[in-house]
Unconditional design. Sequence first.
Length: 262
Amino acid sequence: MNKKIIVILLFFFLFVYLWFSFAKVNFCAKNSEIKIYMYHHIDTWSVDKTWSNRYFISPSEFDQHMQYIKSLVLKKIIYVASLSELEKFQIKWCFPNAKIAIFTVDDGWKDAYKFLYPIIQKYWIKFDYSIISKTLNNTWSNNPYLTKQEIKEMMKSWLVEIQSHSVNHYKFEDCDIDQVQYEVCESKKILEETFDIKINSFIYPYWHFIKDDFRFLKRCWYYYWASTTWKPMNKKILEKNRYQIFRIEVDPGVNYKKLFSF
């Protein structure tokens, strides 16, 4: 073996060592605290100066959030995972020896590509995008939603994964059983066929769980079902009921250091 190959191998093993020493955390923890955060819009304020303002966080404020998250990652205080990673952790029963943070953004608005995506690229933070499947085929001249091409581009970065957020974003309490089943099962089918991926989570529209809907999750082979009601979670809670996982809504002007603490 010549000297050049030896030097290359030494640098390779040094890189691997440093990567696992500084960028990764140890596995498998006996118990991991888990927090899942929810965003809606990363954009300037809405024209509507009423209730919808609470869903808009400016790009500069969001940048502060992600910069702080990155600092916690580098200190090995938290591990940023996706929902598909969380599934693998649970199946193997092997969790990171750090607090787990998962970030989601709802509805698939265009600003998730224009503003959110460049910032998570900057800090290398993973995000799960919940997509309303009917928006993929709209032909509006001023389309406010992500296009298939934009979603595919972001997915290639390995920072973005997508999850189901129903077909039409109806309130399930106003739907009959057949409509609920269609919203839950058809949205998964559309996303999987469109992007040639596995969808493992259903992000519930309009916050709250309806217990009768859980049967459709099992029938359509979802692994998780997420709401926006916050309760503390750990892997023991996931073991008891993975069809009721909870998310924390991130509001504008929030004390993010407190919000992202564990």
